[in-house]
Structure formats: C-alpha cells, structure tokens
Design a protein. Sequence first.
Length: 447
Amino acid sequence: MNQQTFFQASQADTPLATRMRPRTLEEFVGQRHLLGEGKVLRQMIDQDRVPSMIFWGPPGVGKTTLARIIAGRTQSNFINFSAVTSGIKEIKEVMNEAERTRLLGEKTILFVDEIHRFNKAQQDAFLPFVERGSIILIGATTENPSFEVNSALLSRCKVFVLQALSQEDLTGLLARTLTDPRGFGDQPVRMAPDMLGMVAGFANGDARTALGTLEMVVLNGQRDETGQITVTTEILEQCISKKSLLYDKNGEEHYNLISALHKSMRNSDPDAAIYWLARMLEAGEDPLYVARRMIRFASEDVGLADSRALEVAVAAYQASHFIGMPECSVNLAHAAVYLSLAPKSNALESGYMAAAADAQKMLAEPVPLVIRNAPTRLMKDLDYGKGYQYAHDYESKLTTMQCLPDSLAGKKYYVPTTQGSEARYTERLRQIEEWKRRRREEERKAK
C-alpha cells in the first residue's frame, strides 16, 4: 500500500489541467469526428480492436489523455514513454517486458509522446514488436507524420488527425470546471459566461492553456468575507495581458479587421497591413485563418502579376502550421508585406467570375467532339476526338482547334493587365492570338 508522505503534494497543489484530465470517453471534450457514435475510432475502442496508431494534432487537444482512456477502456497495461528522455536501451527493456506480459495474455499500450523526436534507429526499434503484436503503439505528434515518422513504422499505424478544440468545446469545459469538485466546485466562484468565452478564445483551441488561464484568473480573483471569489474584467485582462479580448472571432469586428487587412494589402500599404494583422493575432485570431485569406488574396489581387505571391502565401501557411503562435507572427508579417508590395492584377478573379456566370447559365453546353476522349470503339464511331490536334506534334506547339462550345466561341475570360510579370503574359497572349488569327485565315484561303 502506498503511504502518504509529508512531501507529497495535495490535490490543491496539482495543476488544474491535471486534476481535470478526462477519465472516460464521456468526459472527453472534442474530436467528435473520431469519437462520435458510429465513428471509426469509437467503434475500434468499443470493440476492443485498437490498432497501433498515430495521433497528429496541435498541443492541448487530448492526445495523451485519449491514449490513457483507450488503455483503461480496453483493459490494457499503459506505459507512457517520452521521446525526449528515452533511448534504444530503454525501448528494448520496455519491449521485452511487454512481450513477457503478452505471453501471459495481457495487452500493453505503449504511448510515445512527441514521437517525431525519435531518430530513425529509435523508431526502427519498435518495428518487430509492433509486427508481433507485443505492443499497441500509440504515438503523438504535433508535426506531419508523413515527414517525421519512418515510412516502415507509419505503414503499420493508422493515423488519426485531432483538431484544435472549438471555442464552444472549451467554454463548456471551463463552465464544468467551475462546478466540478476536481476543479473549483468546492469554492464559490463568480465569473460571467462571456468571460469564459474570452478565456476560451484566448486559448486558441488548447485545453491545457484554457485551464491554466482559468486557474490563474480564479486564484487572482477578489475574495470577499464570505469566501466567494469574483473574477472581474480587469483581473482577466491583467492575467492574460490582453486589452483586445473583446474581439469576437465570430462577430462583426472579426470581419471588419480581416477586411481592413485585405484592403490595406490591395492598396499596397504594408504599414496598415502589419497593424491590422497584429490587431487580429494579438486578440487570439487563428493564424491559419489569416494565412488562408492571404492565399486567396495572392491569386485574387496579385495573380500573374507576381506568381511568387502565391508561393509566399502558401509558405506562410505552412510555417504557421508548423510552429504556431506566437512565433509564426513574423511569417505572416512577411507574407503581408510581400503581398502589399507586389504588383496587383485581378484578371484571374474577374476571368473566373465571368466564366462561372456563363457556366451556371449554360450547364448543358456539350463538350466539343474534337476534345472528347474516345476510350471505346463506340465513342470513336460517334466521332469522339475526331480531328484532335496534339499541340506537341507541331513546331509552334499551337493549333487552331476550338476548345470552347460553339455558343461561346471567341469569348474572352482572361484579360491580363500590364502590371508586373503579367505584362509578359499579355504579350504572350497577344502573340498566340495573332498566330491563330493568321493560321485560320490561311486555312480559309486554302479551302
């Protein structure tokens, strides 16, 4: 029997996030796409047929907790293994013990946190034991397993993508924490519901951050003579150093600020772009949302005037995904300034919108026979592909073949500008059109 020692911490000294760690799937927050009724992972757990797998997701979404719940629900031994402190010697010792217990009819779930930190040799050490079924390996990583986990090990694991928790999920968790005996249920705490939403928004999908922030604001709350703790807006702002918490990521100000960023970049104003970017990020906006809007902007407002703009925007998204806030703020600033200074063209956006309008009105327009595939004899007999001109068979790599439906022949959707690199495309398009005009004229005369 374990004896309580003088030096052991009381429950009150244990971090709130640890005390509130879910013990069952019913307590687990989020990941309904994996754990909802009828979902694949839920069925595997309920049927006790859990394979080796990799949990890929951002910090604080429950990767370790879910592995513990799976071990308890499937009646398996649970071993928590750290990729930071363990080497091949420790791996083999644990594997041999797991093999011994397997022969006794017991299952072992080996949870490896930050599995991407293991080198190739360390990851390879798991392979024979995974293949023999000595262990069920559950690895957790914040990095893309396609790049960070050996292909041999990855092929033997099912990858499940865990998502950042929604603000609704986190708000519900925080509200439950105020009433749960493991949280603050034994203390009278007054905290307005909208403040819980502010804490949830600040946490940006991370339950650990949300609970840590809640613990800080409650411990710093005002206690009256009856022992009741009151959390005020001033205390909340002081604890998280955010004056902009009133920013609502789902409300009008959210759309006002992203509009301000977009229009500042369109107006080639890098200073304003950086300011509006900072306003959003410092208020807790999801950096990936901002990065997605920049990717759209790169094609909508820059386009072929500078094709590298799209590369920079996509790179900023990847950087934000890899390192997260606050480090990725400079990557997004990089993209915002580049997009602001890039030459502008909306030719792609205008062209697509015009084509989309025609497509919606002419959904039944037939594809010209000349550019249809003819994989069967019947299709060939019906003249599918008849007269098709393969551009690479011609010295100029150009033909006069009509690719638009007859009703739209000659319609222009892409009308390039003379901005930046698009000036080259303007000239190239002019040369193509002039070549086709002359060749068609020659063909008519030849008839």
